[in-house]
Design a binder for this molecule. Structure first.
Ligand SMILES: O=C(O)CCC(=O)C(=O)O
Length: 262
């Protein structure tokens, strides 16, 4: 696929993904597409698993959208892989919350080799059982049985979004769902994307001066440039001793994406 440069991420976007473990994208699908997808999902009586894109072929428009391709090419290389695994997550009205968990294998890993895309064909309100993510937890391992007992984690973000949003989330990001207290089904289609080859150079809209911005101690957590984001961002407010270890992981991750593996 040819990648339209206009849709590639910026240095700040890439730094934010490394730091928070997610990137939100609101797709401008043709008029009526989201509604049509949602209606077809509403009517499904069983879960087709990986065949959900055969059952609801308009979902291919999510994968083929140039803005989706721009994010994937930026973070996984221009030869990224759309894996065959996908899953329809239908959260029924009046269903309870889902415990905190990580989807991947709970390993601290500085490489971005695969991640998820969570697509929502309808507006998602706080009552509808949104996915809830905890930005900045993707480098933190916790035994799943213990994590599932955690309750109100500081810094959690409910994925309350407009119809047509795809949330790209690091495979190790801690997440769960809120209860669906509404009277409607909440739909989410999960896609999985992978890397084909290691980067030898940045694959996003990279400015060679990106890391030259001076450190700005005044802005700290409000930083807008890659250097200061990687240095100061602290989405779940961890302690200084914890933060400095995480900063090292962020820089390793950035360097790998830059193609500097040594
Ligand atoms: O349904 C959701 O919002 C999240 C599902 C989930 O956490 C998972 O499949 O791992």
């Amino acid at each position: 696929m040819t990648i339209d440069k206009e849709y590639l991420l910026s240095d700040a976007d890439v730094a934010n993904f490394i730091v928070t473990g997610y990137h939100m994208l609101e797709l401008d699908l043709p008029s009526g597409t989201n509604e049509s997808i949602a209606q077809q999902l509403d009517a499904l009586e069983s879960n087709p698993g990986d065949a959900i894109t055969d059952t609801v072929p308009e979902l291919h428009q999510v994968l083929d959208h140039p803005a989706t391709a721009g994010v994937l090419a930026s973070l996984l290389g221009h030869d990224y892989i759309v894996q065959s695994h996908r899953h329809w997550h239908c959260k029924q009205p009046n269903s309870g919350h889902m415990q905190w968990h990580q989807d991947s294998v709970n390993r601290r890993d500085t490489s971005i080799n695969r991640f998820l895309g969570l697509f929502y064909p309808t507006d998602i309100t706080p009552e509808m059982g949104p996915t809830v993510i905890v930005p900045g937890t993707q480098f933190r391992n916790a035994p799943t049985d213990r994590m599932s007992t955690y309750s109100n984690i500081r810094g959690q973000v409910p994925v309350v979004v407009k119809a047509g949003t795809i949330a790209f989330t690091h495979y190790d990001l801690w997440h769960g769902t809120a209860a669906n207290r509404s009277s409607v089904k909440r739909h989410m289609i999960k896609f999985l994307f992978g890397r084909n080859s290691p980067n030898t150079a940045p694959t996003w809209n990279h400015d060679p001066e990106a890391l030259n911005a001076p450190r700005d101690w005044n802005k700290r957590d409000k930083a807008e440039d890659a250097n200061n984001i990687l240095t100061f961002a602290n989405p779940i407010g961890v302690s200084q001793s914890d933060h400095y270890k995480e900063r090292q992981i962020r820089r390793q991750c950035w360097n790998e994406l830059m193609g500097q593996t040594a």
